[in-house]
Design a protein around this ligand. Structure first.
Ligand code: MF3
Ligand code: CO
Length: 255
């Protein structure tokens, strides 16, 4: 056994990464299905119910359900809700933005992906928020490769966010993914270049910028789950689970 196999962080084997990718494909298909349902007039609970059915029909289990007591299948967060919104009788209306954060457990492995969608026609301001937050996910991911410093991801994300005067939520972060939904390391959305641990081929992480149109500060609602912006401005969230490779990354929550 050579030293390279002794690591606090649990690098995955090719076989494990293949299983996470199968799990991630279900997460991806669930996104595509739910995206097709989004329109003014549906409730957030309807989206959640459909998510639960779809994931189970594909052999998966919704990882969020029961996670630290979380009551529903996925997280559905509208407008100023940043994350962990709970499906309810709330009706989506034209101009809203809605984040679906979907986690699947399949053959013992989790996957995690979030995406913010428009409801009907949205404002120019909301379009910009979605466009730039999606870009932030990919500029962050561009920093991912074997030997790269972990904090370069967040450094790049926050640099991009601040250029466009967006806020970066600091109380929440990305994470390792595997047999547990949340594993080490924490993947922050801010930080200093060339600090933090070095990423290694075989690590699986979720990168997930949570970005606000106004100030970065948040509150938690009385339901003890829903995180909202303190100033009431909208928020967007894009997330992929990826495997670190020798020269970059492989998306595991895609086609
Ligand atoms: N997708 C969320 C994350 O990465 C997990 C939500 S778990 C829940 O943090 F319990 F809040 F649903
Ligand atoms: Co996540």
């Amino acid at each position: 056994l050579s030293m390279q196999y002794i690591s606090f962080y649990d690098n995955k084997t090719k076989e494990e990464i293949a299983l996470i990718k199968e799990s991630g494909h279900i997460t991806y298909l669930t996104h595509q299905y739910l995206k097709s349902l989004i329109k003014p007039g549906i409730t957030t609970k309807y989206i959640d119910d459909e998510a639960g059915k779809f994931i189970r029909e594909h052999g998966g289990i919704p990882s969020c359900l029961g996670y630290e007591g979380y009551p529903r299948n996925i997280c559905v967060s509208v407008n100023d809700e940043v994350v962990h919104g709970i499906g309810s009788d709330r009706v989506l209306k034209e101009g809203d933005i809605v984040t679906l954060d979907i986690c699947t457990l399949y053959k013992g492995y989790h996957s995690d992906s979030a995406w913010t969608y428009p409801v009907g026609k949205i404002s120019r301001e909301n379009e910009r928020l979605l466009h730039h937050t999606e870009k932030m996910l990919f500029v962050g991911l561009k920093e991912v490769k074997d030997g790269a410093h972990l904090n370069n991801i967040g450094a790049r994300i926050s640099e991009y966010a601040h250029k466009y005067h967006y806020g970066v939520v600091q109380e929440l972060c990305g994470h390792g993914v595997g047999r547990e939904l949340h594993e080490d390391p924490d993947v922050l959305n801010y930080g200093k270049y060339n600090t933090g641990m070095k990423l290694k081929t075989g690590m699986v992480i979720a990168v997930e910028p949570m970005i606000t149109a106004g100030s970065r500060h948040i509150n938690i609602l009385d339901d003890d789950w829903t995180i909202v912006t303190r100033d009431g401005k909208n928020s967007a969230h894009f997330e992929h689970t990826v495997a670190v490779t020798d020269d970059g990354y492989e998306i595991l929550t895609g086609e």
